[in-house]
Design a protein around this ligand. Structure first.
Ligand code: ATP
Length: 334
């Protein structure tokens, strides 16, 4: 059966990087079909809603979406459309690879790690948050569950197994936050015991940050709770040259959404200056997910070769190329 992908072109630089990505995917002969769906500002203008029911229905039906960045207007009823989509489809695993690319300004070469962040609970649910009437005290609750911890740690180990990775590091603060972080760590230990062939390491989050900056090559897969994962995955993106090269997947039991990590970059929108690689790398994650790992690898190799040759690189990578010119250079190496 032909697999159809819901394509959300998004706002700002979204349509440009999506055109570039679909152009490159076309060269891979994936056999995938694409169905356009609107979300964000463009959806608000066209349909009067930030996430129209037809878009939700398309993702529900296709189970896989490739999504450009979206603008969440202030006062739009959501704090973030991305967060709303993650909640709607219970996309519990945020999977962010950080891989070194040639000719990028970064402190390290040969980094190859993946952060697996729990996406649905923890500090970001901010349960019962309030500020007292006199403005002197603020409160926000953190809930961690056995189920939430179990499925995210299991996801990390299964990812290690399926990609031939050797080590999973659970990042926590159980020495101080004994309740919530303690539960996460205990569950991580229980799950790890079921995967004796994969090395398990525990690391306190502050030490993990220092180790990531000093000796990032020691890490393979990191798994952690929502807040720590948000911070650590951006730290990892910084280690390999910034957000223009950082893809992310949001994966649940019944749906998965693949995206670039960066925002809509309104400062360069519509100018053909945007780097499309983050979304292309998200598309590579998508190809892995739909059972086309060979095509995912071909795409990644073509990106690496193009960057090695410094062919048509965009401004953020020190070149003078355009979004589509860069895509053509990558496509020519597939
Ligand atoms: P948003 O409000 O949607 O998060 P933002 O501008 O605050 O937008 P980003 O979109 O992540 O945040 O952009 C931060 C900076 O990085 C901007 O200067 C932007 O031009 C640049 N940038 C982001 N993505 C890219 C890209 N794909 N190619 C080139 N530059 C980018």
């Amino acid at each position: 059966m032909t697999q159809t992908i819901t394509v959300i072109r998004g706002d700002g630089i979204g349509p440009e990087i999506m055109d570039a990505t679909l152009f490159v995917l076309d060269k891979l002969n994936t056999g995938l079909q694409y169905e356009d769906a609107d979300a964000g500002l463009v959806a608000l203008e066209k349909h009067g809603e930030l996430i129209p029911a037809a878009t939700l229905e398309s993702i529900t039906r296709n189970k896989v979406a490739l999504k450009s960045p979206l603008t969440t207007p202030v006062g739009g009823g959501f704090s973030s459309i991305n967060v709303a989509l993650r909640r709607q489809f219970d996309l519990y695993a945020n999977v962010r690879p950080a891989i070194s690319f040639p000719n990028t300004k970064s402190r390290y070469e040969n980094i190859n790690m993946i952060t697996v962040r729990e996406n649905t609970e923890g500090a970001y649910l901010a349960e019962g948050q309030e500020v007292s009437a006199d403005g002197e005290t603020a409160f926000s609750g953190t809930r961690i569950t056995r189920k939430g911890s179990e499925r995210i740690v299991r996801y990390a180990f299964e990812l290690a197994k399926s990609t031939g990775r050797k080590k999973v590091t659970a990042v926590h603060k159980a020495n101080i936050i004994k309740s919530t972080s303690g539960l996460f760590l205990n569950v991580a230990r229980e799950v790890a015991a079921q995967y004796p062939e994969i090395e398990f390491q525990e690391m306190i989050v502050d030490n993990a940050c220092m180790q990531l900056v000093m000796r990032p090559e020691q890490f393979d897969i990191l798994v952690t709770t929502n807040l720590f994962g948000d911070i650590i995955s951006d730290l990892c993106a910084g280690l390999v040259g910034g957000l223009g090269l950082a893809p992310g997947a949001n994966i649940g039991k019944d749906a998965a959404i693949f995206e670039a990590v960066h925002g809509t970059a309104p400062d360069i929108a519509g100018q053909g200056k945007a780097n499309p690689v983050a979304l292309m790398l998200a598309a590579a994650q998508m190809l892995d997910h739909v059972g086309q790992p060979e095509n995912a690898e071909r795409l990644r190799k073509a990106i690496v070769a193009t960057m090695e040759a410094k062919d048509s690189l965009t401004g953020d990578l020190g070149g003078t190329g355009t979004t589509m010119g860069f895509a053509q250079a990558i496509a020519s190496r597939i």
